[in-house]
Write a protein that binds this ligand. Sequence first.
Ligand SMILES: NC(=O)c1ccc[n+]([C@@H]2O[C@H](COP(=O)([O-])OP(=O)(O)OC[C@H]3O[C@@H](n4cnc5c(N)ncnc54)[C@H](OP(=O)(O)O)[C@@H]3O)[C@@H](O)[C@H]2O)c1
Length: 244
Amino acid sequence: MKVAIVGATKGMGRSLSRLMAARQDALAVLGRDAEGLQRSAADLRERGASSVATALCDLQHPETFGPALTAAKEALGGLDAVVITAGLFGTQEALESDLELARRVLTVNHAHTILLCEHARQALMASGGGTLCVFSSVAGDRGRKPVGLYGSTKAGLSHYLESLDHRYRSQGLVTVCVKPGFVKTSMTEGLKPPPFAGEPDAVAKRVLRAMDRGTPVVYAPWIWGWIMLVIKQLPRAVMRRVGF
Ligand SMILES: NC(=O)c1ccc[n+]([C@@H]2O[C@H](COP(=O)([O-])OP(=O)(O)OC[C@H]3O[C@@H](n4cnc5c(N)ncnc54)[C@H](OP(=O)(O)O)[C@@H]3O)[C@@H](O)[C@H]2O)c1
């Protein structure tokens, strides 16, 4: 595959791009930090990627989206998939007490990620289709006390991705919405891992399988699919009482 990936420098994006490199995919790593991108590119070449390009793409700056995807497409000689794992997190307490941080997280995770998806949709469909794989979260499945603000960004993103899948799958655009539960990455460093916390490498394997199969929604680790099935059924009166 020829894949552009935004977020390959850390966490689940790094694990996923390493799996792709090991099967000799051609990769374009897109991100905001030129040095980090070069480090990732060297690592991915070492791990077997058939070619690796880099381009600057900052989720805080939508004007970088079009040029980054064009550069990726040109460097790879086409595009089969775009993966977006990049995102920001803040605890509910941090976001409630720092509205500038809240603005940044709301903008990056929701409006700007969706705009980037629109650029990716156009880039993929211009050459007949492909796979758009985007990391949302279980936090978007239900309004919950500890992740109200962050969760709202992922709820909007999941909603958008579902509509994209309904609208364009018949025209060749396969949308894969990834909903991780708690995964031990730099994003969750310092937070107490709950039961069933996942590892990024295991999540990446599950995501790559979903991309290969064109699965529209994938929970990772898998048990979060069952957990959220229960949580989605709980009455509001119960949700108001519990801390989950
Ligand atoms: N970890 C979890 O428990 C969890 C749970 C549910 C959902 N998720 C979602 O899964 C995705 C991946 O999470 P992760 O835990 O792997 O995160 P991570 O380890 O913190 O990595 C985040 C990635 O996003 C990139 N990024 C951040 N801001 C950016 C910007 N403005 N422009 C471009 N790239 C930017 C980072 O690049 P730099 O190297 O430049 O920082 C890094 O590559 C995120 O969307 C997250 O919301 C995570």
